[in-house]
Design a protein around this ligand. Structure first.
Ligand code: FE
Ligand code: CA
Length: 510
């Protein structure tokens, strides 16, 4: 993949100085340390708020001192003639030479450009922005993205995300996958093992982040991120791995540490042992409040697992007595309260960024408790979903839009506090976006379940890409954006459009 493929002239500028990106960093062996590319994993920004954001990079290559001073600059213009903030950060070997700079006191609702310098080299430049002031009128253009398994596809979707002129990119989990590649994969990851140690997690992030299209998407706008399971281990829950590993807390600690090292989270989010707080909430002018939650770290373990295992299962409700156990939670009691107390009753929209499909999804006829459900998602925590949506109904929370990923399919659905009650109202709208690359269930299975899930208006497993949103005070408009992930040069098409009226929950086509 070459940089000349990237269309917009400003894109080429954003990537200037990053010609070494096409080489995987572990293959770089240079005689002269000054020639070693130090910014080969690109740059990123994240967690925008009205007066600042986080700027990220990580120095790469052999021969790095234990501590390196990294200079950063933030400008009002792309040419960096009007630099409004700058500073130094110490990149430490202990934290994989990552940099998390936090410019403060910036003007709200503005675009900025940023870059780094270290060891005589300059990073590519990125575009970022502050959120609008909490009392300012605003619109919001954003995309939801998830599940970018590197070895099963190309990142054409990221090239198009970078060109969408978005205010914010939301990434809703599965930034890396811990698996080794299968023979014949589109690309081969750097190891033959299941990732478990800190060095292995770091190498796996470097593999994913070596891709120039992903780097371009990071450079195009600030990101808001939550993780899902594969940043640690498939289907893990709280401190339980799917193989019931005895040392899982140590594995989670290594995984969370590597996650923080590679993502634009603030220093205050740096993990302590196996704990890292990614929960976040921010206002986007008078338009919306955005809530970001964590459904992995605090959840109860999955119900009715396969014998001798942790992780998910697909079970009939009738065979699983814990199915309606009110004590179980996906978010954990404390986070459930944090969310319930934090809904915005004044702004027209509440965007809930989380990991997976929230709407009920049964593989068999759910009448009279006859449903069959996947236990890792919200269906495995049905009373917790009913509590969350019950609060939304009870308090008449305006404009709740639930955003998710995880299931490698595009779903558009109505959310109801009780799917067993035919009179239960639609209280929120759901958009669960497909994967960037990761492989789905066969479309025939999704089609076969259609009649059991009449509240699901759209279900497509055969699409890779992302969902693009335009939000104003009256309306949300969503486009399903589809690419061919087997073709790095793929174009993008709009496969479907849905609209939500701020005054009436539930998405309608068009
Ligand atoms: Fe995934
Ligand atoms: Ca997942």
């Amino acid at each position: 993949m070459t940089l000349t493929r990237l269309p917009a002239p400003n894109r080429r500028r954003l990537l200037q100085g990053s010609a070494a990106l096409t080489f995987a960093p572990w293959l770089l062996r240079h005689a002269n340390a000054a020639d070693v590319p130090r910014f080969s994993l690109g740059i990123a920004s994240g967690q925008p708020h009205a007066s600042g954001m986080v700027l990220w990079t990580r120095l790469t290559g052999a021969g790095l001192p234990k501590q390196v001073t990294v200079h950063w600059e933030l400008a009002r213009d792309e040419a960096f003639t009007n630099i409004v903030a700058h500073g130094d950060e110490v990149a430490e070997a202990d934290w994989a030479h990552s940099v998390h700079a936090e410019p403060a006191g910036l003007a709200p609702g503005r675009w900025y450009w940023y870059r780094f310098q270290a060891l005589g080299q300059q990073s590519p430049a990125g575009r970022t922005r502050t959120a609008p002031a909490p009392d300012a009128n605003a619109t919001l253009n954003f995309a939801i993205t998830s599940c970018q398994r590197w070895d099963v596809g190309h990142y054409a979707a990221w090239r198009h995300v970078a060109d969408e002129q978005l205010d914010v990119v939301m990434f809703l989990g599965d930034y890396i996958y811990e698996y080794p590649s299968r023979p014949g994969s589109v690309r081969q990851v750097e190891g033959l093992w299941f990732v478990k140690t800190l060095d292995q997690y770091r190498a796996r992030y470097a593999t994913h982040k070596s891709d120039p299209s992903l780097q371009a998407a990071h450079a195009s706008a600030p990101w808001l991120l939550v993780w899902d399971d594969h940043e640690v281990d498939n289907d893990y829950a709280n401190l339980q791995g799917q193989d019931l590993q005895t040392n899982f807390a140590a594995q989670r600690a290594a995984a969370y540490r590597a996650y923080w090292e590679h993502m634009p989270f603030p220093k205050s989010a740096r993990p302590v042992g196996p704990d890292m707080r990614i929960i976040n909430r921010l206002a986007w002018g008078t338009l919306a409040r955005i809530h970001l939650v964590d459904d992995r770290q605090y959840r109860h373990v999955q119900i009715c697992p396969k014998p001798g295992r942790g992780g998910s299962n697909t079970v009939s409700q009738k065979m699983c007595p814990e199915f309606m156990d009110e004590r179980r939670s996906l978010l954990g009691a404390e986070q459930e309260r944090w969310l319930a107390d934090g809904w915005d009753l004044k702004r027209p929209w509440n965007l809930l960024a989380q990991q997976t499909l929230m709407a009920r999804y049964s593989w068999t006829d759910p009448a009279d408790g006859g449903g069959t459900y996947w236990t890792d998602g919200w269906d495995g925590y049905t009373p917790a979903r009913n509590r969350l949506l019950g609060t939304v109904a009870q308090r008449s929370v305006p404009g709740v839009v639930v955003l998710g990923g995880d299931v490698h399919s595009n779903y558009v659905a109505d959310l109801k506090p009780d799917y067993d009650d035919a009179k239960s109202p639609v209280v929120a709208s759901e958009f669960c976006g497909t994967s960037i690359t990761s492989l789905p269930l066969p479309q025939a299975r999704i089609d076969a379940a259609r009649a059991f899930n009449p509240h699901v208006h759209y279900g497509r497993g055969d699409q890779r890409g992302y969902m693009r949103f335009a939000l104003d005070a009256k309306q949300l408009q969503m486009q399903v954006r589809v690419v061919d992930a087997l073709n790095p040069a793929s174009g993008v098409t709009t496969a479907a459009r849905f609209t939500v009226d701020a005054a009436k929950p539930g998405a309608v086509p068009g």
